[in-house]
Ligand binder design. Structure first.
Ligand SMILES: *Cc1c(COP(=O)(O)O)cnc(C)c1O
Length: 412
């Protein structure tokens, strides 16, 4: 053996700490491989919610609550997997609803603080809402006048949604901008009375969508400049949703500082009601390749559909992240991903892969817990995906399977 050879030690014994971190990496990879195999073994299509990832999000939201004193509510319109409401309720202050059924679900399944906002409320719904909601937020002073007596009788805290007329979305998601010209959402300053009716205890704004704390700060400043003259009589301010708190680049400290400033300056409770941030990147949609057809390019027919199972792909629109899938022209094997429906435009997007895709392969779409199950439909009589829970220990549990009766039950 030469001297040189003697001194070259195998990398894994060079340093204990490095060895430990390599071992941790190996274990992580092994776990990821096992998890992926478990996902690909599931009957498709199915939504899988990843409990470990959801818990990571919940812990960060709890940290924001602890540090800032804010109350964080789950916006159910984004993610209503009520099987997980008891778990989410361990970390969050409660739920918020867009109408009667969500309000009922939050009350039944989480049973903590329960808030509701809607552009208008029907009288018969209000009778029930005042029994199950703590806060009711109105979209006009006319709605407030109409329902104030029943709210007062039940002891519900009432608020008004305002339109701070401060667009921060730069036309990126125009259909998600409640500050756009002609928006029906929120009362503008011009439509506010000189003096707020004494029953009003809170103001609410919701203008963000997948945004960071800098846009919240911009919006807050516009809101404060216009509406702080009304704050003296208020008990709470609700800063809505659209805060992408659990995204890796989100400025959590800036959010905490803002909430602390608001509470200290105006002596009000502060509410945040994120939807996406709660279950961001905490779920998948697993699908199977049923056929491959050719017309100019290779087209995969999947048992998952953009139109039926991920409507935001067409509505927002956006191209979902696909595990092991790349930009259309990045890799050798390129495909258009499409579905079983009759809609020509039911296209998920163009992707490329390292290897050829075959009939029977399973594909995993990322970030499919949010705005998926709550928006899906049975157009074309396409079956709804199963709902599966991926537990912390890597095992999977079928939470709900839908059938023909779910399709037929909505028709007559
Ligand atoms: C949609 C909505 C939310 C949640 O928004 P995300 O973008 O999912 O965080 C919160 N409050 C109101 C009033 C909403 O309409």
């Amino acid at each position: 053996m030469t001297d040189a050879k003697k001194t070259v030690m195998p990398a894994y014994v060079v340093d204990k700490a490095e060895g430990a971190s390599r071992l941790a990496d190996l274990q992580k990879n092994l776990r990821a491989e096992r998890e992926e195999a478990a996902l690909k073994a599931l009957p498709t299509p199915c939504y899988v919610v990843d409990e470990a990832k959801l818990l990571n999000n919940l812990r960060l939201l709890q940290h924001v609550q602890c540090e800032s004193g804010a109350h964080i509510l789950l916006a159910q319109k984004c993610f209503s997997m009520f099987r997980l409401y008891p778990l989410m309720g361990e970390y969050l202050a409660g739920t918020t609803a867009s109408g009667i059924y969500e309000a009922r679900l939050g009350h039944e399944e989480m049973g903590k603080e329960n808030h509701v906002f809607a552009p208008a409320f029907k009288e018969q719904d209000m009778q029930e809402l005042v029994q199950i909601c703590d806060h009711i937020i109105f979209n006009s002073f006319a709605q407030f006048e109409k329902h104030k007596a029943v709210c007062a009788q039940a002891g519900v805290s009432v608020g008004i949604r305002v339109n701070p007329e401060c667009s921060t979305q730069e036309g990126e998601h125009a259909i998600y901008d409640p500050c756009a010209y002609g928006s029906r959402l929120g009362v503008t300053l011009a439509n506010f009375p000189q003096v707020l009716p004494p029953e009003i205890e809170g103001l609410h704004f919701h203008t963000l969508c997948e945004q960071n704390a800098d846009d919240l700060l911009t919006t807050w400043k516009a809101f404060e400049a216009k509406f702080s003259k009304y704050f003296a009589q208020l008990k709470w301010l609700n800063l809505g949703g659209g805060h992408h708190i659990t995204r890796s680049d989100y400025d959590v400290e800036a959010l905490i500082d803002l909430v602390k400033y608001i509470r200290a300056t105006y002596h009000v409770e502060v509410y945040l009601e994120p939807g996406e941030a709660v279950a961001l990147n905490a779920g998948y949609l697993v699908s199977e390749v049923l056929d491959i057809v050719h017309n100019g390019l290779d087209i995969l027919i999947l048992d998952a559909s953009a139109a039926c199972h991920m409507p935001d792909v067409l509505e927002m629109p956006y191209r979902p992240t696909l595990r092991d899938g790349y930009e259309a022209d990045e890799k050798q094997y390129k495909y258009r991903l499409s579905s079983m429906t009759c809609l020509a435009g039911d296209v998920i997007g163009d992707y490329s892969f390292d290897k050829e895709i075959k009939v029977g392969d399973k594909l995993i779409f990322e970030d499919m817990a949010i705005y998926s199950m709550v928006k899906n439909n049975t157009f074309n009589g396409i079956p709804l995906p199963d709902i599966v829970l991926l537990h912390k220990d890597g095992t999977t549990e079928l939470v709900r399977r839908f059938g023909y009766e779910d399709f037929k039950g909505r028709l007559s």
